[in-house]
Design a protein around this ligand. Sequence first.
Ligand code: ADP
Length: 540
Amino acid sequence: MLGLMQDRPLALPHVFHRAEQLFGHKQIVTATADGVQTTTIADWAVRVRRLATALDRLGISSDGRVGTFCWNTAAHLELYMAAPCTGRVLHTLNIRLFPEQLTYIANHAEDEIVFVDRSLLPLLWPHQDKMETVKHFVVIEDGADAEIPDDPRVLDYDRLLAESEPFAGRFHVEDENSAAAMCYTSGTTGNPKGVVYSHRSTVLHSLISLTADAAGLSERDVVMPIVPMFHANAWGLPYGCLLAGSTIVFPGPNMTPKAILELLAAHKVTVTGGVPTIWMGALPLLGDYDLSHLRTLLCGGSAAPKSLSEAYREKLGIPLLHAWGMTETSPIATMSTPRSHHDELTEDQRANSRARQGQSVPLVELRLVDPDTGEEMPWDDEHTGEIHAAGPWIAKEYYRGEGGGAQYTEDGWLRTGDVAAADRYGYLRLVDRTKDLVKSGGEWISSVELENEIMAHPKIAEAAVIAIPHERWVERPLACVVLKPGETLTAEEVIEFLTPRVAKWWLPDAVEFIDEVPKTSVGKFSKKTLRDKFAGYTSS
Ligand code: ADP
């Protein structure tokens, strides 16, 4: 017997029409080089409708890839809607990719058009001739004075919209499983691989960010997505905001701690999200701003050190809300919102649980699997295993079958490459990425845990731990440490600090002081660069 309910597609046109119909009076704020620009959802929606017509006029194929090379702005949000609502596929290009990767992904996705912020033109234009399928480059004014190339393929965004009548009807996407957007993983190894989000996956994922044990986005919220819109759809926050009717504040190109804190204070932001690097940068300046409206500080992308989260709790009264996921998981998979069983814990134990990655959100299933035996590990907080994930917004394969399916199991789960333990409530504690673990004498040392302990030192700004070869133990940890400005410390003092905090055999064999931990295109520690830097370093 079949259910007798309507089978309506879970597709982004619903999100657009809902925002347009119910929340036209709400604001979208963008910080630009020319000052803060404020628009309403009603005016933004007219521009989305104009953009829809413009894409038709420019002859973009019915499911053509629409590239964006933009900061977090209201214009970027126009593209976020107009491309998928007209059946096209939004392809957010990561502005921090190396040129070879950038041209590789534009060609691999067959982008037909690329929208680029004027301030980012100097990064893109030198490589345009290698983008084989792009017919138009549309420049979005953002107050920068970068030179506009004299080339017939280059168009002006505002003029294009002014010349295009607003699309008059209701957008409709028939098949909820059709592609809405794509995003390439930053590819720490090999070429970047394309993750293709569907309308259905995007709508369901947006809905989850409205639930209370996730970000709990509501109409009353003022949300500032700091995490870039060119990376895993800014964790789905922009779509979530439109669905909820939240006011949105976009930081634009200026990502300095001062600029971010000024916006958070000036617009009374209630929910924001960024990688730990952002929160580390902002920490010393917190006292200069009134941030009393903030209720949720999402932190993900790499492990949020307990010391960082606690520093926020002490200074602002709210810790970081730790979330885990990856491009392949849309990305929200777990959230560390406190659970009722944490009520009985001491403050210190609670701080430890806040540094964990949390429980899976509804509709996401996780299991821990021993990578060698394929055996499922119990949730006893001791056994560790690779996290496998399944759910309606988890990728089932990469675009064009890249990677040959190695990352997917026969029964259709995603092998995340992350190793974790879980307590009996399934509250995850990420131990490491499989490739970053240090294997010493057959036992694993978690580089993440060691880093977190080292970063608890008051004189240390950042620390990254990598494996170095060792004759007897095969691998041993090397700690690469960045001191806070003006501080001094010796390797012995670092080890002394660590000694009561970790098992003796975990203590790094060497400590190297470096000026900065190299970062990947999305601001994470680039262990690969460090491994290259310290190649040939051995310990005995
Ligand atoms: P890339 O693999 O290119 O870094 P992603 O941005 O998709 O691309 O990164 C996902 C990875 O980031 C996860 O597999 C995990 O290793 C790490 N990560 C994400 N969130 C967290 C977190 N809260 N704690 C620890 N690691 C995290």
